[in-house]
Design a protein around this ligand. Sequence first.
Ligand SMILES: Nc1ncnc2c1ncn2[C@@H]1O[C@H](COP(=O)(O)OP(=O)(O)OP(=O)(O)O)[C@@H](O)[C@H]1O
Length: 575
Amino acid sequence: MNWLDYAQPPRLELEGRLQERALGRAMARWVQSHGGGAVLAELAARAAVAELHGDTALAPLDGERCQAIAGESMVGDGRETRPFVLDAAGRFYLWRNYVHECEVAALIGERRRAATPLPVDEAGLAALFPGGDPARDGAQREAVRAVGGRRLFVLTGGPGTGKTTTVLRMLLRLARDGIAARDGIAVAAPTGKAAQRLVQSLRQESARLREQLPADWAPYFELLPASEALTVHRLLGWSPGRQAYGRGPDSPISAGVVVVDEASMLDLAQLRALLRALSPTATLVLVGDADQLDPVGAGSVLGDLVSVLEAQQAPELVRLRHSFRADSRLLPVLEAVRLGQAKALQAALAAAGGQGRAHPVENSAELARVLRRWADGLAEAGSPAPLAGDEAAAATKALRALAERQLLAALREGSFGTEAINAAIERHLRQRWQVPADAPWYPGRAVMVTRNDYGLRLFNGDIGLCLRGADGRLRVWFETEAGARAFAPGALPAHEPAFAITIHKSQGSEYDQAAVLLPPDPEHRILSRQLLYTGLSRARRALELWAPQDSLDAALARPARRAGGLAERLAAAGP
Ligand SMILES: Nc1ncnc2c1ncn2[C@@H]1O[C@H](COP(=O)(O)OP(=O)(O)OP(=O)(O)O)[C@@H](O)[C@H]1O
């Protein structure tokens, strides 16, 4: 491995302590074989493992350790290329993470300084919010007002606060300003599913708004991206052969406005690549919920950016706070989690009545009990009847019924993980529905696609339901924008059972009712406020929290901001 190569972090998707130890040992050996001392070898190993956990650096070292590595030739202060960097604050970096942080901070600083705010046409703004109420949509209007003439804009807010609704109006405003007409608009999201959802929501909302606006707005609607849902990877022209992005400073993305939704999923390396690939005059709009989980890769860029912009009361940031969700009884639950307040969470759950329940699931026996109740709920609906009449319409109905309730678990592996839970639920359903043991597929089996298949237009995270057609054949149905589509089970891309999915995978989806299961070990490092918030905020109408108080307290107490120096660098790069 070439540690100086910071173009792309190594694809280390392995999890678990064994792999971590192996990586750490390999790194330590590499350091020692290149003449590094024991302290450096240990720090390098820890930094490599910390990167797997999402940290871009080690938390500042004490003076003694800084001293111990001061003379190491492999450690620099960032001015020259070295495998490791010890920055002025004592943070220890792998070279690429240091470079990425510095570049991201510098490019964001440049974009902020390059703003030439354009006043909004107030009549146009009022037209975009027909019959609006400033108490509810004031911040949305502010976002539309503030985006004009900016090269960077950040829109954050919890679920249902109208982020997509606002993005549409921001784009229409920019189109009217002439920006989009000249250079075009690109919208993307880190995952295929989120990108598809974004384009779909924009299209639905623009159909509604178009009817309410005067005819002279029509040309601006034509400029909205209506067709392809782009992942950030695709927007950047990722070439698997070259293992590099095609878009960069020499061949920038040809769009005057670039919107990236679900930006909480962007990692540091992706944001750097994106910033490098924008034309200098383009407007970048980052949209997401800064309180959600950090990305799989290293860094917590949206969280860092929002915290810095918020502290500076910067005009490039608008936080939407009013939720347009029909059900506001769950909002205090989310707010308590967001702020890490255990007592407020208990009170909010109690006040939510039947819509918010907590079960202290402390061990496998208790898990089996709540799982059985959950699986009974699924089984009672019965094995779905064969489709009749308009099969696609009937399948859509069945898929929507399936999406009404979802079990979300923090873990994937182990007895509290989705793999074991799915196996238990499937066993129960097979028994209740009398599915023959040798039939892998049966009506009512829910699966989730785990890899994007652009040819089939199925994306990682899409949920399908197996149903029997009138012809007696089993097919797996997916709800897509073009209506429900069916696939032979054998034709599906990689997939897994979906009666329970991880909280990580649930990002961007919503359910009427969600149950959220945390591991009973309060020491488990996956527990964090963001994890709990992300899980609970998937519920539209009712939620169940399956966790002992200790795990809950641990999650609430851990804001889980990752170690690194981006926030400090962003603040220093200033506007
Ligand atoms: N100003 C508004 N007036 C009335 N309804 C609104 C307004 N803004 C948003 N809504 C409604 O609130 C709901 C959520 O809006 P939207 O999908 O834009 O939110 P979001 O923040 O993108 O949601 P999420 O990310 O949780 O899916 C939609 O039904 C939308 O029509």
